[in-house]
Design a binder for this molecule. Structure first.
Ligand code: 13P
Length: 233
């Protein structure tokens, strides 16, 4: 089987764009062999788009406009030049109360707007310890429309903790997620992915890339993860 094209995505969260992000040799630019997406803070979307970077929103509302102070819509992201959007990142679920149903509606609105959404799923530490990982991701995925083409498995306990899932733990959940999907889909891993663990994680047969937070803010580190991915294409 030919390998699905690897996708390496940077989620800068609520941080400024790293210095040099728009340089000619920036690792945030699409590489011939692999896909690279960047998810900046909303205020930095325009400068990423004008730098020719494949850009996405970190969240978007399903309504196209209206009285929703502080929000941006999927159609606005598209009009601003975005290609993608994150839906249901665990930080949105936690700090903004986004439910599985709301995430499913966002994904549908994103597709309707012409964006490629990345739906984020993943269990908390207590859910894993209680043996509920598969149940949790199954429920999260059951709310998504079948057209979803990229899912990020991000175990909540691995995000920003420096404690990545092992390659075996991640592969197990990715393979399970694949059994739940009707259509072909890329399934990328997120949660303390870094230079040291990138090769092993990205070599797993059901891991089609990474969604990277902390290490994407360090341009050298991100560069070396992109280079690793390129060798595995
Ligand atoms: P870290 O890479 O900082 O753990 O963040 C992962 C993440 O949340 C990407 O969306």
């Amino acid at each position: 089987m030919t390998r699905r094209t690897l996708l390496i995505a940077a989620n800068w969260k609520m941080n400024p764009a790293p210095a040099g992000f728009d340089a000619a040799d920036s690792p945030f630019r699409k590489d011939g062999d692999i896909d690279v997406f960047v998810f900046p803070a909303s205020l930095d979307i325009a400068k990423c788009v004008s730098a020719g970077i494949i850009t996405g929103g970190q969240c978007g509302r399903r309504e196209s406009s209206g009285a929703f102070t502080g929000d941006v819509s999927m159609t606005m992201l598209k009009a601003a030049g975005c290609a993608s959007v994150l839906c249901g990142h665990s930080e949105r679920r936690k700090f903004h109360g986004e439910t599985d149903q709301a995430v499913g509606e966002q994904v549908k609105a994103a597709i309707d707007a012409g964006l490629t959404p990345i739906a984020c799923v993943g269990e908390t530490l207590s859910e894993r310890e209680e043996g509920k990982t598969f149940d949790v991701v199954k429920k999260q995925i059951s709310s998504l429309p079948p057209e979803i083409s990229i899912i990020a498995y991000e175990p909540v306990w691995a995000i920003g903790t420096g404690k990545s899932a092992t390659a075996a733990q991640a592969q197990e959940v990715h393979a399970y997620i694949r059994t739940l999907l009707k259509n072909p889909c890329r399934i990328i891993y997120g949660g303390s992915l870094n230079v040291a663990n990138a090769k092993e994680l990205l070599s797993q047969p059901d891991i089609d890339g990474g969604l990277i937070g902390g290490a994407s803010l360090k341009i050298e580190e991100f560069h070396s993860i992109v280079n690793t991915a390129r060798t595995l294409k």
